[in-house]
Design a protein around this ligand. Structure first.
Ligand SMILES: *Cc1c(COP(=O)(O)O)cnc(C)c1O
Length: 415
């Protein structure tokens, strides 16, 4: 029997113990083959249509991973001027960056305009702002036609209860505002939510969205958003997002729309999680095992500052235990909660999990941590953000971001 990470040969020529000894703990580890496989998958979602896949870099903005995405032909989505800056550093030219902000200042909007980056506005009021700053300009508008989806209410990003996009009843006003400033609405975008395994709501949202597109004569592209899920319960046999079936159904829907309307638009999507989640794991050391009032705890250095998804979204991450460089697979199992080292009761990585009998010195391997992992990490409790390491195609390990130092904690006070 092999563990999941063994099956994937995730650690190449090395193993979790060696990696922690070399780079410190905790540690984000990425597998280049898995990342590139996913990047190629998303780049090839539509083959019979003009198509680009925009990597949503809020999921992971490590420069080495961004360069990989660039090499694999992905375009990129930015949510902030900082993300535009980082994308430029990774080699993305302006025309391959799409800025999808919400509620931004004039300064931020001006930054994107000056950088020559296409942006989307998120409300009629931001459309007016763009008109004032860039009369006669070209832009995209984010719609919220009232359909959402996602694994948790905090990640449903369209529908009547969310702040995003221009609502259905205001969509007809877009062209009026555009006319006032001689703007060209060349794109429409939406993003209905995150982490769905069933693609039907996405297809329904695409159909609904295309219906609005027919009222915009100058459109050059429509962007359907991201949100494709990954199986976070893979150790229990959860199956993956059925990309092949999704591709077929989407292709058919778009072909029918093109035939009916005679319009040939560039189609875009913005997958983030699906591109990088499974290509990353998070390693941490077990420093204590204890029992409090009948509950067993595995105490690690994987605090909520390192991976906040379980606390923020009640997210589930599978955990493997490694000892002496090998996964612990057989023997008695116990129910443990895997917890971190932060002074918060909610500092729980994995609650009530069946794990092999765990000891001090073991390594906890948190799976599917490549998306919204490091990018959401912080220095809470003045903990150091971990290093990031890449296992390349040949199985060799390479540092792709250094771990914070104590000096980093006081940078910014030298004023
Ligand atoms: C977060 C986000 C994405 C990516 O979502 P995933 O669930 O990671 O695929 C895409 N587009 C927009 C506008 C987003 O905010």
């Amino acid at each position: 029997m092999e563990s999941y990470t063994q099956q994937m040969n995730f650690f190449g020529k090395t193993n979790p113990e060696e990696l922690l000894a070399k780079y410190g703990s905790p540690l984000y580890v990425y597998n280049e083959d898995i990342l590139r496989r996913q990047m190629r998958r998303v780049a090839g979602i539509l083959v019979n249509h003009r198509f680009t896949s925009n990597f949503s870099i809020k999921t992971n903005s490590n420069l080495s991973i961004l360069r990989m995405a660039n090499e694999e032909g992905l375009n990129a989505d930015a949510m902030s001027p900082g993300e535009i800056y980082v994308l430029k550093k990774a080699g993305f030219p302006s025309e391959r960056i799409f800025y999808v902000p919400n509620n931004v200042s004039e300064e931020e909007m001006q930054y994107a305009i000056d950088e020559g980056v296409m942006l989307s506005v998120d409300s009629l009021s931001q459309l007016e702002m763009f008109g004032r700053l860039c009369p006669g300009g070209r832009l995209s508008v984010r719609l919220n036609p009232g359909v959402g989806a996602g694994h948790h209410e905090k990640v449903v990003t369209a529908g009547e209860k969310t702040k995003f996009g221009v609502a259905a009843q205001d969509i007809e006003k877009i062209n009026d505002v555009a006319k006032k400033y001689d703007l060209h609405v060349v794109g429409l975008n939406q993003h209905i939510g995150s982490l769905f395994m069933d693609y039907q709501p996405y297809l329904d949202a695409v159909t609904n969205f295309l219906h609005y597109a027919e009222d915009f004569p100058e459109l050059e592209f429509v962007d359907f958003g991201g949100g494709f899920g990954v199986p976070y319960h893979k150790l229990e046999g959860e199956s993956e997002f059925d990309l092949e079936a999704f591709k077929k159904a989407l292709d058919q829907l778009l072909t029918e729309w093109k035939n009916r309307t005679g319009r040939d638009l560039l189609f875009k999507m913005e997958p983030g999680r699906y591109t990088v989640a499974e290509g990353g794991v998070l390693l941490g050391c077990v420093h204590a095992v204890k029992e409090n009032y009948g509950h067993k705890y595995v105490g690690t250095d994987i605090g909520m500052n390192v991976l906040i998804r379980p606390e923020l979204y009640d997210s589930y991450h599978d955990v493997e235990i490694y000892r002496d460089g090998k996964p612990v697979l057989d023997g008695t199992k116990e129910i443990y909660s895997v917890v971190g080292n932060i002074c918060e009761t909610g500092d729980i990585v994995a609650k009530d999990r069946e794990l092999p009998i765990t000891q001090e010195g073991d390594v906890a391997v948190v799976l599917d941590a490549g998306a919204y992992g490091f990018s959401m990490s912080s220095n809470y409790n003045n903990r150091l953000r971990p290093a990031e390491v890449l296992i390349d195609h040949d199985g060799n390990d390479r540092l792709i971001r250094r771990r914070d130092t104590f000096e980093d904690l006081v940078r910014g006070f030298d004023i």
